[in-house]
Design a protein around this ligand. Structure first.
Ligand code: NAD
Length: 350
């Protein structure tokens, strides 16, 4: 195996695993060595497509010395069950969102990776896109002035078949929640990444149009530690499905996203580079994520996997580590706790 390439094994050969395999195949610093799935046909199909080994026994997969890192693409409630043995076997971990469905399990993954000296990068691919980097930079430079509002609206649509065709989606024990934990966690991560830690939330949640045990609609009001407020409105009931909207406003400026594109970029103090914001990206907004589960652009996964491999090869932390990945799980669990108790939920100081 090429010394400059990190060898990867994929755990769980379902829908998102196809994107992991495609991206690993494209990168100069990574290569796909093997795939593991408990269903032999699933492992063999992906392995055949990418000309790599297929495993159906986890122990055999973990014993493969050419696998230096794993990507975890199993149902969300199994992420810890896969990540912890992988870390103990000395494999670095790229873990799909959410890191896991409870804070206890997310913390156990972080600890296992720390204890075994392996890197952990939980997937939040939107953070790696050019648009999100530009907004983060504007925030770092204080261009928003005093932050006042940071809100997200995810009016998506998922059919009855989307839930009934899966043995884990829409369940508490494997999906860990519904429209918020599964579909809206990227929006939650962006609110935290750009605007900072939450102080308090109050939420309503309900199952309004699907036969599932978790929520398909949820609305929360949030107060952040920096004193600003926001609303979080999420749904998988809004036919035919619309682009995710996220908006940040301060006393000196406002930025809005639709999906990962910037649709509003207005600052009181203008800079020459502001002119480039809309010429650097196409103006077309992709509504695919709101309508179909796999309407995902591969750019973010490509950049995040490239960063993890570079971190492994150069013995540094990945740009997005376990503690960063845990933040969205903490906010989501707090929102669910408020919806369950009918009371505000207060977060511990970071
Ligand atoms: N980053 C993103 O935008 C994004 C998009 C889609 C899904 N995801 C996440 O990826 C994960 C997988 O989602 P998916 O849509 O690919 O699911 P999926 O149901 O299509 O695939 C899951 C695969 O895991 C396998 N599996 C289940 N239990 C296993 C076990 N014990 N051992 C080995 N394999 C096992 C299944 O056989 C299946 O092939 C979820 O956590 C989801 O939240 C992330």
């Amino acid at each position: 195996m090429d010394n400059q390439k990190v060898g990867y094994g994929i755990i769980g050969a379902g829908a998102i695993a196809g994107i992991h395999a495609k991206v690993l195949n494209m990168l100069d610093n990574s290569c796909l060595v093997a795939v593991y799935d408990k269903i032999p046909a699933a492992a063999e199909r992906l392995a055949k497509e990418y000309n790599c080994r297929a495993y159906t026994k986890f122990e055999d997969f973990l014993a493969d010395s050419q696998i230096q890192a794993v990507t975890i693409a199993t149902p969300s409630g199994l992420h810890g069950a896969m990540a912890i043995p992988a870390a103990k076997a000395g494999k670095h971990v790229f873990c799909e969102k959410p890191l896991d469905i409870t804070l206890e399990k997310a913390d156990a993954i972080i600890k296992a990776c720390d204890d075994n000296g392996v890197l952990l990068s939980p997937v939040f691919q939107s953070r790696f896109t050019r648009a999100v980097c530009m907004v983060k930079d504007a925030m770092r430079r204080g261009r928003f002035g005093r932050m006042v509002l940071a809100s997200a609206q995810v009016r998506w649509f998922r059919s009855a078949d989307y839930y009934s065709a899966s043995d884990w989606r829409g369940t508490w024990h494997m999906d860990g929640g519904g429209a918020l934990m599964n579909q809206s966690i990227h929006a939650i991560d962006m609110l935290l990444y750009i605007n900072g830690a939450p102080e308090e939330v109050f939420a309503f949640a309900g199952t309004l149009s699907h036969s599932i045990e978790v929520e398909d609609n949820l609305c929360a009001a949030i107060k952040y530690r920096n004193g600003s407020f926001g609303t979080i409105e999420v749904s998988t009931s809004c036919a035919p499905g619309f682009p995710r909207r996220i908006e940040f406003s301060g006393s000196e400026g406002t930025v809005a996203f639709e999906e990962d594109k910037i649709t509003r970029w207005e600052f009181v103090k203008k800079l020459p580079e502001d002119e480039n914001v809309f010429t650097e990206q196409s103006r077309e907004i992709d509504a695919a994520g709101g309508r179909t589960p796999m309407g995902i652009d591969i750019t973010g996964h490509r950049l995040q996997l490239q960063d993890l491999s570079d971190a492994i090869l150069n013995h540094r932390e990945p740009k997005l580590n376990g503690r960063e990945g845990r933040r969205a799980v903490e906010l989501i669990c707090g929102i669910y706790e408020s919806a369950r108790t009918g009371k505000p939920y207060f977060f511990e100081r970071p």
